[in-house]
Design a binder for this molecule. Structure first.
Ligand SMILES: N[C@@H](CCC(=O)N[C@@H](CS)C(=O)NCC(=O)O)C(=O)O
Length: 200
């Protein structure tokens, strides 16, 4: 059976969401991000010592976006775009989420909401919020012309970036400047599979 190592309050949420969308049988192997992912046994699977990691038979994959692209390709849930152009866009928005958004968004989330007040650096949060203006505007513009990012229906090309952008909610970010993004994010995160993943 497919095994996912991680906890839902982590980047493993992204893969739990995908597994729940696909409706495949899987086991969540609870693994925290402080010590349980640093053991030699775990590092045999993922030498980075980070969660999530997916084990599917002989296949071991780490990196949350890669896990989701693999799952969408292997299991038929209609979540992998079929045309090469739309597939390319699914990769594009997945990599964009990781390279253009995740870093500053993590800073924003930690320094605005997650860290206890005494450990927050408001300058870091302000710099991160400034850095996010351009990518968030780009996504909003893209969604002005359509509901989905890769093809004509919800796909891994939406799930991957939406799972990264879900941190905007944890950071209590005001999205009123980007109504198309805001609607897409709300609709994506409102999918029943995302709700089930949050409860794992
Ligand atoms: N790029 C990786 C990042 C994985 C990652 O940083 N996971 C965090 C938990 S959300 C972790 O394991 N942190 C432990 C550490 O960095 O020591 C992915 O998307 O899978």
């Amino acid at each position: 059976m497919i095994k996912l190592y991680g906890v839902s309050a982590s980047r493993a949420f992204r893969c739990l969401w995908m597994l729940e969308e696909l409706g495949v049988e899987y086991e969540l192997q609870p693994t925290n991000f402080s010590d349980e992912c640093k053991t030699p046994e775990y590092k045999d699977l993922n030498p980075n010592g980070r969660i999530p990691t997916l084990v599917d038979g002989d296949t071991v994959i780490w990196e949350s976006m890669a896990i989701n692209l693999y799952l969408a390709a292997k299991y038929d849930g209609g979540l992998l775009p079929t045309s090469p152009g739309a597939l390319g866009q699914a990769y594009q928005w997945s990599f964009w989420g990781m390279t253009e958004v995740e870093g500053p968004l993590q800073d924003l989330m930690f320094h605005r909401a997650v860290f206890p007040e005494g450990q927050r650096d408001h300058k870091v949060a302000d710099t991160a919020w400034k850095a996010l203006q351009t990518p968030l505007g780009i996504l909003d513009d893209r969604l002005h012309g359509g509901k989905f990012l890769a093809g004509e229906s919800f796909s891994v090309g939406d799930l991957n970036p939406a799972s990264v952008l879900s941190w905007l909610n944890l950071a209590n970010a005001d999205l009123s400047n980007w109504p198309h993004l805001s609607k897409w994010l709300e609709t994506s995160l409102g999918r029943p599979a995302a709700g089930r993943a949050r409860k794992r």
